[in-house]
Design a protein around this ligand. Structure first.
Ligand SMILES: [Zn+2]
Length: 96
């Protein structure tokens, strides 16, 4: 499939808000979760996969809060598999 980069020109710099703590965290590392064009929700390790994205701090407590509150389901309006959180937790700093 051809990769069309419409987003390039239309893209605005939106604040990235963590779905766990609700804070905008430009300084802290945020992990991107994306609902792809196939409707599946996954951790986006590249940070630029196509689809609707949501962010969470790379902190254990934020990932767990997001899981508890089903924040990703709400943000992305899609079912979120449990193993998504495993993938996110793997990326978390322990010192959170
Ligand atoms: Zn957070």
């Amino acid at each position: 499939m051809a990769k069309l980069d419409h987003a390039q020109t239309a893209k605005k710099r939106r604040p990235r808000t963590c779905v766990g703590c609700g804070e905008e965290s430009p300084k802290r590392e945020l992990l991107r979760v994306v609902r792809g064009t196939d409707g599946a929700v996954r951790y986006d390790s590249t940070g630029k996969a196509n689809g609707r994205g949501a962010y969470v701090c790379a902190r254990r407590q934020c990932v767990e809060a997001a899981k508890k509150k089903k924040s990703f389901s709400r943000a992305l309006k899609a079912e979120v598999p449990d193993d998504l959180f495993d993938a996110l937790l793997e990326r978390c700093c322990e010192d959170g």
